[in-house]
Design a binder for this molecule. Sequence first.
Ligand code: FVH
Length: 283
Amino acid sequence: MNPTPVTILGLGSMGRALAAAFVKAGHPTTVWNRTPGKAAELVAAGATEAATPAEAVAASPLVIAVLLDDAVARGVLESAAGSLPGRVVANLTNGTPAQARATAAWAAEQGAAYLDGGIMATPPLIGGPASFVLYSGDRAAFDRHEGALKVLGDARYLDADAGTASLYDLALLSGMYGLAAGVGHAFAMVGTERAGAFGAELLVPWLQAMAGVFAGPAAADMDSDSPLGMQAMALDNIVQASRDENVPRELEVHLLTMMREIVAAGHTEVLPPLIEEISGARA
Ligand code: FVH
């Protein structure tokens, strides 16, 4: 079977990586970007540059939008509305679930099938074993183009709600940014002089080992082996040591307050009440 022609709207660092993966996999690839000049390498490798979004959308049954944000993606798609009937739009631009649902409803009015997606990879990882992309929305459209979408990495369809992929994407990013906040605080505690060796030799191996604690049987072991009251004391010491070293500690104080509330409520295990506490704050 011939590889599906694919259009990429947006040639930022991610758009260029997606287009390069499709060209490499032998898909006829059409690209468009607002600012000219970003397509030269792709065109040299075999891609076709379109002059307008409408021309780019008309070129392929599968259209991938990967633009700065939701407003930009909507503007570009709206400018190509006349070419959209019969197309599958996979919008991989980062956005909120509400934005995804609104664009899905708009795309349906234009006669296009819609998938919203979240790219869980950086540009250099695209097409490699560590790359995966979350999709939700039109199941039939996903099934039709799953083979092409797998060029970018593992293609994981979630459900028919166009907002689910974005929700999961943002939740995964939240986990990453929480980790980044902790890592930043750890470096601030040890100071810049020792940060290099501390990070490479101690922090990274420690975090890799700890990542396994959040899932599966190890989570239960942590609850019994490392009870919450003990952990709250350690967190209290982190806050005190940070104060002594003049290191900002707002996030740790926030976590400590939640942990103390959980301990005061009589819990001894860690993750379930912590998740409950955070979810409770949502109401
Ligand atoms: N890069 C990454 O690591 C992450 C990985 C996870 C997914 N994100 C999301 O992907 C979307 C695109 O990100 P990007 O890295 O390609 O971003 P930029 O390199 O900044 O490129 C932005 C593109 O958007 C175009 N653009 C901006 N404003 C407009 C506009 N008003 N009209 C038309 N196009 C516009 C820009 O065009 P130009 O500036 O070259 O003319 C680029 O094509 C994003 O949602 C990430 O969150 C990436």
